[in-house]
Design a protein around this ligand. Structure first.
Ligand code: SF4
Ligand code: SF4
Length: 434
């Protein structure tokens, strides 16, 4: 999952429904120059029938068709392209020069086009830096923390860590003043070292925006799509086998545990609140301010609906979400169907609404349902204590986080002069900044 904002359909002044898309584009499929242990996308080579290690690249014709239709089928004054992988910089800077050329060719008057590029940073050089800066690309840089932590799982095929190459990429971004955010995977190691990771990103990387992604994968994730898990895999909340370190764990050993996730978020929240609020953007924290004000969280994982962020593979196959790139969730191919028909299809709408409608009773009765909405459905593979399926593996961590931040977020909202519409309101007045 990434934390890209997914926007609900809004109404234009003439009451025409706005058509806005946020499609994660995989122009090189899952091909990558490194081999991170926890990558959820490397296994797509086999799952989708692509040859392992082959640079399956979006063809010139497909790129032209995609850019044209992506632009044509939106009526929003701002269109955002999201380039991901695998590792999209493997395609070379000339591929993206072509992207920009095609975007200019098809861009209607008055429409602004933006580009987000997610990269491991290892291939960035001055040529890239100049291009990204000149064309105002927003870069998402994957980095997990200081060298020891980063190199534990972000390795090349011979097992060597990628930290030094990634740091060269960081230097390129700073040298060319490229807009960037960091994306940090919270696994069993990062999860145990919240302050080291946070302070490294703040002080060494000088990250203006820190995105954190919990690494959660059931052992069968390479071949089994979410919601298609077998009965034996779905066990009760709190059972020892939900711990990644348990020998018979239902998740991979490198996953973050629910309590680690809660501790991680609470620890860095305290540091952020004391020292960095207003200076460092942590989307998980800032978006909660919006939630407590009574607005919809712009992060899909904490919003009531999914379904606005499709994924498109290099061959034009379109899937329900970046985390649902499995044959069962393929919506079609842009050679055979219109993108807007896939995005706004009945099936995709049902997929989106199921995020809230499929919540178990434990979530529906939870004090923090308004902030959590059961988080991402791909992580809902445990049972509630009453035996109901569909509970999020990270539930205990989310509950710990929301109850920890509740009074502080209420106070932030009140300090900004807005009414506190959610949470335990009264406490806002009794808590003071340290
Ligand atoms: S399944 Fe839903 S919550 Fe999860 S990443 Fe996709 S859109 Fe976001
Ligand atoms: S904190 Fe747990 S019970 Fe509450 S909404 Fe989230 S997943 Fe459901």
């Amino acid at each position: 999952m990434n934390q890209s904002a997914q926007h609900n359909t809004i109404m234009l002044p003439k009451a025409a429904p706005a058509k806005r898309m946020n499609i994660m584009t995989k122009p090189i499929g899952s091909a990558c120059n490194i081999d991170c242990t926890y990558c959820y996308y490397l296994s797509k080579e086999e799952l989708l029938g692509h040859e392992r290690g082959c640079a399956t690249q979006m063809s010139e014709e497909m790129l032209d068709t995609y850019i044209k239709t992506y632009i044509e089928q939106q009526n929003f004054p701002e269109i955002v392209f999201h380039w991901q992988g695998g590792e999209p910089t493997l395609l070379g800077v000339n591929f993206f020069r072509d992207v920009v050329r095609l975007q200019k060719k098809y861009c209607p008057k008055g429409v602004k086009i933006e580009n987000n590029l997610q990269t491991n940073g290892t291939l960035l050089n001055d040529d890239w830096g100049k291009f990204l800066s000149k064309n105002n690309f927003m870069v998402g840089l994957s980095i997990d923390g200081p060298e020891m932590i980063h190199n534990a799982y972000r390795t090349n095929r011979s097992g060597r860590g990628s930290f030094k190459q990634t740091m060269k990429g960081v230097a390129v971004l700073h040298k060319h003043k490229v807009n960037f955010a960091t994306l940090t995977c919270v696994n069993n190691l990062t999860g145990s070292n919240p302050l080291e990771v946070y302070r490294f990103l703040r002080d060494e990387i000088r990250s203006p925006q820190m995105q954190f992604i919990p690494i959660v994968e059931p052992k069968s994730f390479r071949e089994t799509a979410p919601q298609k898990w077998s009965e034996e895999e779905v066990i009760f909340q709190g059972m020892p086998e939900t711990e990644p370190s348990h020998p018979n764990s239902i998740v991979e050993s490198w996953c973050v545990s629910a309590h680690q996730w809660g501790d991680f978020l609470c620890t860095i929240f305290d540091e952020w609140l004391e020292n960095d609020i207003g200076k460092v953007n942590v989307p998980y924290f800032e978006s909660c301010v919006e939630t407590w004000m009574g607005r919809v969280n712009p992060l899909c994982t904490l919003a009531p609906m999914c379904g606005k962020g499709l994924a498109i593979e290099h061959n034009g196959d379109v899937f329900a979400c970046d985390h649902y790139v499995y044959p069962e969730y393929k919506l079609g191919n842009i050679n055979d169907a219109k993108l807007e028909d896939l995005q706004f299809s009945k099936g995709q709408e049902e997929f989106g609404r199921a995020k809230e409608s499929a919540l178990p009773k434990q979530c529906r009765e939870c004090t923090y349902q308004f902030a959590c909405f059961g988080e991402c459905p791909k992580n809902r593979f445990i049972k509630t204590l009453d035996g109901e399926t569909g509970l999020n593996y990270l539930c205990a961590g989310w509950k710990q986080f929301f109850s920890h931040i509740d009074p502080y977020i209420s106070m932030v909202v009140a300090t900004m002069g807005y009414p506190v519409n959610k949470g335990i309101n009264g406490d806002a007045m009794t808590i003071k900044f340290k």
